[in-house]
Design a protein around this ligand. Structure first.
Ligand code: HGY
Ligand code: MN
Ligand code: MN
Length: 423
């Protein structure tokens, strides 16, 4: 594993500082801090702007270039000896779930930043520039779709369509980004996307496997596929006191029957299928008016493409059949389609070799969660490094990780980054 630069025998991972990395997490966790000890830092919100501003200040203190792109991805660039060489990128996201934790996404950004600091402290020069990146709106809660910034970077989504998207209060991505730039100024690179050599992302596992098997490092081989749908059910408003049940077109009851009618299709004795309804909105929402509209979202995941296709394609016919039973109509719109994404073989081997060289217990694994790496992998060789989190809990304010595990993942990361940046 080539970890030192030209003319130095320092090893970057020896300069990763557990205390500094932990403190940076605690500093970031102040932005959007919730009473239960979690984080609610919505994409392109004032809290997100404060987190970006702090990252920019840390970078400026090191003399590194900071810039953003037209969708708000934020980059910190540590120069290489060959300014013309394609950079190596590493990062994740600073936005969180509404009841999120301190580590989901933030760890990947701060691990990348710590890797740059360790290289500086070790006096290691790399041929290629190495850049830390915070992708915009990975979580896909305030704005859709999730993994917005990395998807735009990889050309998966069209920029103007994304910028026109609005949050439930009608604020557009474009408007929110303008406010972020106001609060956290950064040079705006007008061009979206640029050639990169490779990408590594560190992330908490968000599942129980590493902790249960006492592994320190997860070598991600594949990110499972994901299909997300808007289901809009249309009925008819009516008086709850005077309208007989047989005359109603009740959108709520129709929507509930759809959610239940999908269960047999999604049933899976191996418990591999991930079928979730996480948002369910009723209109007009008055206790004495029969609901005329329901808007709900389906999140469907599976590691096998054919299964993901079969299950996802089965949603609309079942919803239509249920709608007809109650005189309602339904519109099914697929707004996210991400195939299972294998990590690139060389990147996987580098992560595995780096963990082995550091004497860390590691295992290959599939990612159940979606990550920005699934889009970046479309335009460059990509790999991921997982570290354990407490009881595998995530998307929950009790999400927790240890300083030691975070530092371990960062040590594996920086040595793998040096190998990529010097090849
Ligand atoms: O939904 C996901 O898998 C990611 O954690 N946002
Ligand atoms: Mn994440
Ligand atoms: Mn998440």
């Amino acid at each position: 594993m080539a970890t030192a630069s030209r003319g130095s025998n320092a090893r970057a991972s020896d300069h990763v500082r557990e205390d500094r990395l932990w403190q940076r997490h605690m500093d970031m966790a102040k932005f959007g801090a919730t009473p239960k000890g979690g984080v609610n830092r919505q994409a392109l919100s004032a809290e997100d702007a404060r987190a970006r501003k702090l990252l920019g200040q840390w970078a400026a203190a090191r003399g590194w270039e900071v810039f953003t792109d037209p969708i708000g991805n934020l980059y910190v660039k540590r120069p290489g000896t060959d300014a013309g060489a394609k950079p190596v990128l590493s990062g994740s996201h600073l936005d969180s779930q509404p009841t999120g934790g301190k580590f989901d996404g933030t760890y990947g950004v701060l691990a990348a930043f710590e890797a740059l600091e360790a290289l500086d402290d070790a006096g290691i020069r790399t041929k290629r520039p190495i850049m830390a990146v915070a992708w915009t709106n990975e979580e896909g809660n305030r704005f859709q779709p999730g993994c917005m910034g990395s998807g735009a970077f990889a050309g998966v989504y069209e920029l103007d369509t994304l910028l026109a998207g609005t949050d439930p209060h009608g604020t557009s991505v474009k408007q929110a980004f303008a406010e972020v730039l106001e609060a956290a100024p950064a040079r705006l690179e007008p061009k979206l996307g640029f050639p990169i050599d490779s990408y590594l992302e560190a992330h908490i596992e968000q599942g129980p496997i590493l902790e249960a098997t006492r592994n320190e490092i997860g070598v991600v081989t594949l990110i499972q596929g994901m299909r997300r749908f808007y289901i809009d059910v249309f009925g008819e408003e009516a008086h709850s006191g005077t309208t007989p049940l047989k005359l109603r077109k009740d959108a709520l009851k129709s929507a509930c029957s759809m959610v239940t009618a999908l269960e047999p299709l999604m049933a899976d004795p191996t418990d591999t299928v991930r079928y979730t309804v996480g948002r369910f909105e009723i209109y007009p929402g008055s206790p004495s008016t029969v609901p005329s509209k329901v808007h709900f979202l389906i999140d469907l995941r599976h590691p096998d493409l054919a299964t993901l296709k079969r299950l996802g394609d089965g949603i609309a016919p079942i919803c239509e059949a249920e709608a007809a039973k109650r005189g309602c109509t339904v519109k099914v719109t697929e707004y996210t389609t991400v195939e299972p994404m294998p990590m690139e073989a060389n990147a996987v081997s580098l992560v595995r070799d780096s963990a082995k060289a550091l004497g860390m217990k590691h295992m290959d694994m599939v990612s159940g969660a979606g990550h920005d790496a699934m889009h970046v992998a479309k335009v460059a060789p990509a790999g991921m490094i997982f570290v354990p989190c407490w009881k595998g809990i995530s998307h929950n304010e009790t999400e927790a990780a240890t300083a030691r595990d975070l530092a371990n993942g960062t040590r594996v990361l920086v040595d793998a980054l040096v190998a990529l940046a010097n090849r």
